[in-house]
Design a protein around this ligand. Structure first.
Ligand code: AMP
Ligand code: MG
Length: 370
């Protein structure tokens, strides 16, 4: 979980911005956003503690609208920066609409979603998917094979037997784990590129996109923002996935401070993002404790057991879908294998926090120059 902190300098600067806004002679476009969705950033309300925007000099012609929407079980927010306030708000609203649409399409909890339809029928017959969803699933299969199955969209039945779907953690029996493993495996998904069809080779299989959906939604939202002319924005879904588009005025990139999830006062790393995404998987997001042991919601699809010893993995990647999927995969794969993969992927940066058996934590960085 990240938090954004805005400095007091930014507060003063935003007050100046608000003053100057009243006298501004900006061209107003016909679209008027409802006041409740079109706030400016309010430093006192923002809770993404890793995120510290240094105010750009004395520039007052820029606007900083902030929009929010509840979707995919979390709050999505868009922080925009640029000129043409109403146009940016319009673009932001359209991007949020796209996220709402994706929520309805991708959720395995919703009776009407494409994923539910797929899970109901793909064991009996080939199911045709809308092209973008088909390509998302193909991307997921590619990431699964690149991570030796550590990320696997068929892992849902395992997540279920550990009680995470119902929010009540439980330890399944060995038999339950073995029986469930027989229904898990990305290689059991058959695909037909020509007609965008999917078939499940094993009875009882299902897919869920919980480990990639938010990041994917950010990519799609960013595309909509660009389509409507918004160039500089930060979008996040529940703070665990962030996409940084362009840069704030007068800056080269958006600056984020990754903090120790157990102590938000302690910075771990400052990262700069431009047209890149950052996602974090953490053992503190969903877990239960039994006999002094923590069982987290990220399951190794090969063993059927929750991953042990990892606190969080943050991945910076070119797209939200990839950063989201890879943060889950690296959480399962662990330090050594993640480092090896990073050697082959110069476009990735990874920060891994592990328990070291004492009160302190082990921090590893891969893909950073220093
Ligand atoms: P994230 O927070 O993005 O790492 O996603 C974690 C969620 O993805 C969990 O709450 C599960 O619903 C699901 N999940 C758990 N383990 C895996 C896995 N190995 N591969 C894919 N999805 C998983
Ligand atoms: Mg993920």
């Amino acid at each position: 979980m990240f938090n954004i902190i805005f400095g007091s300098a930014l507060l003063k600067w935003l007050e100046r911005l608000a003053d100057s806004d009243e006298q501004s002679n900006q061209t107003t476009l016909p679209y008027q956003a409802p006041p409740e969705i079109a706030q400016s950033y309010n430093p006192n309300q923002i809770d993404l503690s890793c995120y510290d925007i240094a105010p750009p000099k004395e520039i007052v012609e820029y606007f900083y609208p902030r929009l929010q929407r509840q979707a995919m079980g979390c709050q999505f927010e868009i922080f925009l920066a640029g000129i043409g306030r109403d146009q940016m708000i319009f673009a932001g609203e359209e991007a949020l609409e796209e996220i709402t649409r994706l929520d309805a399409q991708l959720s395995h909890y919703r009776d009407e979603s494409d994923i539910t339809r797929l899970n109901l029928h793909a064991c009996e017959q080939w199911v045709r998917l809308e092209p973008q969803l088909y390509h998302l699933i193909k991307d997921c299969l590619r990431i699964s094979s690149e991570t030796e199955g550590a990320f696997d969209i068929t892992a849902g039945p395992l997540v279920k037997i550990w009680g995470f779907y119902r929010g009540e953690g439980r330890i399944p029996t060995i038999d339950e784990i073995c029986n469930t493993l027989a229904k898990v495996g990305f290689y059991r998904i058959m695909t037909d590129d020509e007609d965008q069809l999917i078939y499940f080779a094993t009875e009882g299989m299902e897919i869920s996109l919980g480990a990639v959906g938010k990041g994917y939604a950010l990519d799609r939202a960013a595309t909509i923002l660009k389509m409507y002319g918004a160039e500089n924005a930060v979008i996040h879904g529940g703070q665990s996935s962030i996409y940084a588009m362009g840069a704030p005025p007068d800056k080269m990139a958006w600056e984020l401070i990754i903090k120790d999830p157990r102590d938000h006062e302690t910075p771990i790393e400052v990262v700069y993002l431009k047209d890149e995404a950052l996602s974090t998987s953490g053992n503190y997001e969903q877990y239960f404790e039994m006999n002094g042991k923590r069982y987290s919601h990220i399951i190794d699809p090969l063993t059927g057991q929750p991953t042990q010893g990892m606190i969080s993995v943050s991945v910076i990647a070119p797209t939200g879908a990839e950063s989201d999927a890879l943060s889950t995969a690296f959480f399962v794969l662990g330090r050594e294998r993640t480092e090896e993969i990073c050697h082959t992927r110069p476009d990735l940066r990874v920060i891994m926090l592990e328990e070291d058996g004492s009160d302190s934590i082990l921090v590893s960085r891969f893909g950073f120059n220093n």
